[in-house]
Design a binder for this molecule. Sequence first.
Ligand code: ATP
Ligand code: MG
Length: 367
Amino acid sequence: MKLKKIELANFRNYEKLELEFLKNIICFTGLNGQGKTNIAEAVSVLGLLSSFRTNSYTEMIRFGEKYFFIRGEFYNNSGRDIEVGISFDGKNKKIMYQNKKISRFSQMWGKIPVVYLIPDESIITTGPPNSRRDFCDRLMSLTDAEYISMLSEYNGVIKQKNKVLTEMKSGNNSGADIISVYNTKITETGSGMYDKRIKFIQDFLPYFSEIFKFISDGLYTGDIRYETQMDKDNYSVSLKKMLVSEKYSEIRRGVSYIGPHKDDLDFLVNGRSLRKFGSKGQHKLFLVALKLAGTEYIKSVTDEYPIFVLDDLYSEIDERKSLQVAKILDKDIQTFITTSNSRIIDQLDPNVSQLYRIENGKCAAVF
Ligand SMILES: Nc1ncnc2c1ncn2[C@@H]1O[C@H](COP(=O)(O)OP(=O)(O)OP(=O)(O)O)[C@@H](O)[C@H]1O
Ligand SMILES: [Mg+2]
């Protein structure tokens, strides 16, 4: 998927902007606070309908204005043109896909695949298990509609169960039977989710390992393991048993803690835990490799590369490894890069890339 044209009106610090993209690598440079991330944000909002920075469309309206508007012209690898328009007037969102109004976000899901990497996502390798589950769930959701519905059904049951557990903790004793009903559902949907996650990691891992080794200049090997309290070879039976044996403990604690919503991914570098022993640069490289592998995974499933958005890519990566990253990006995948590091610009080849300098919401083409 490629974005060939973007138009912004009153979006963040852009009053008006129109850019045409003809190359595969599009780099935005400039000093801090000038609007680089704002463009990266607009590109991902066009594809995913949500921002990586906020859940509020209101924040994206230019200060002092009443609405914003973003429009994108894309084309996919079978040469089909796709047009998306998003506007928001402070109250109503209007989303147009091929000039038709979209009433539900889910109608757009996966149509314009975007993978982004933003500095806040360092939490994926450093943070609590839910950040790693989210990474995996999000990537799987882009390619597997069945997984999206399993996940939303499962999360719905956990939410209901937690509500009953909270009530029981505060003295209401009438919920034990309904907890068993929820547990049956958790076993059924939860083991389906587990099967899909294991399959995903199996398919994803070869891409990841190869890319991680390459961008770390052959220095590191990376691995990903699925971590769970359940017996991995007998997940469904083990989940069912644990839900029974821990039922009263869950009631006592007032929270549901048995099931794939508590599973984790263990990230390893040269066989050792990244979280415990990794350096800052190793964390960042691991993350870059996870995202790059994500683009390959999406391509393998859907036959279409997503658009790749890399905000502040080069912070924390040394020069030698950033060269490796640049090499791997040099292929048929459209990549938007923002950086305030002007040295990186020397690595861009004008034959395959476009460079813009941004100053206070104005964007000038360098080449
Ligand atoms: N709704 C808005 N309306 C107008 N300006 C906004 C809005 N939201 C953010 N800004 C401005 O946009 C600027 C930040 O833009 P952005 O995050 O794109 O910077 P950046 O170029 O990526 O900087 P850095 O290099 O520090 O990451 C800030 O000056 C901020 O005040
Ligand atoms: Mg920024």
